[in-house]
Design a protein around this ligand. Structure first.
Ligand SMILES: [Zn+2]
Length: 161
């Protein structure tokens, strides 16, 4: 799953850390209690049109797994991990990249903040790293922004356009 990332793309994840397959798709499986926010996150990124994010079926290969965990003492709302992170993959079926949603801290967020969190993690699955510029989904931290920022789109288009 190594992608030919253009070296000019700033804020990209190390090549191979994304969940995008060779067919320019992410087929996801699993579930989360925040399905409305998750579906809105998928729609936000699918509007960019280059990578098709869709539910895994019997006839496709799973690229991404989403799961809720309850870890109230761990402050992060959610996290994305590539398959090379060993030892804590919650998906026992295989080694696909995964998004973990921490219900132990997520519950305190508004719906918009939950959506921002899920859109952010899905951005990592698309190969986009933390962006340090305000006004972007890929900037770390609590925010009620649910739309993509200028830099979010720029990095996406640099990677996949
Ligand atoms: Zn992040």
């Amino acid at each position: 799953m190594i992608s030919p990332f253009a070296s000019a793309c700033s804020y990209h994840m190390p090549a191979g850390d994304e969940a995008v397959d060779w067919g320019k798709g992410i087929q996801w499986d699993g579930s989360t209690a925040y399905s409305n926010e998750w579906n809105a996150s998928i729609a936000t990124w699918n509007a960019m049109k280059k990578i098709n994010i869709s539910k895994d079926t019997l006839f496709t290969i799973e690229d991404l797994y989403i799961v809720d965990v309850y870890t109230p003492t761990f402050p992060a709302f959610a996290g994305y991990a590539n398959k090379t992170v060993s030892g804590n993959n919650p998906n026992t079926n295989n080694n696909t990249p995964y998004i973990q949603i921490n219900t132990g801290t997520m519950y305190s967020l508004t719906s918009a903040e939950k959506q921002k969190t899920l859109t952010h993690e899905l951005g990592h699955a698309l190969g986009i790293n933390e962006i340090t510029i305000s006004g972007n989904i890929m900037k770390q931290g609590k925010s009620s922004q649910t739309y993509l920022g200028m830099k979010d789109k720029e990095v996406y288009n640099c990677l996949w356009g």
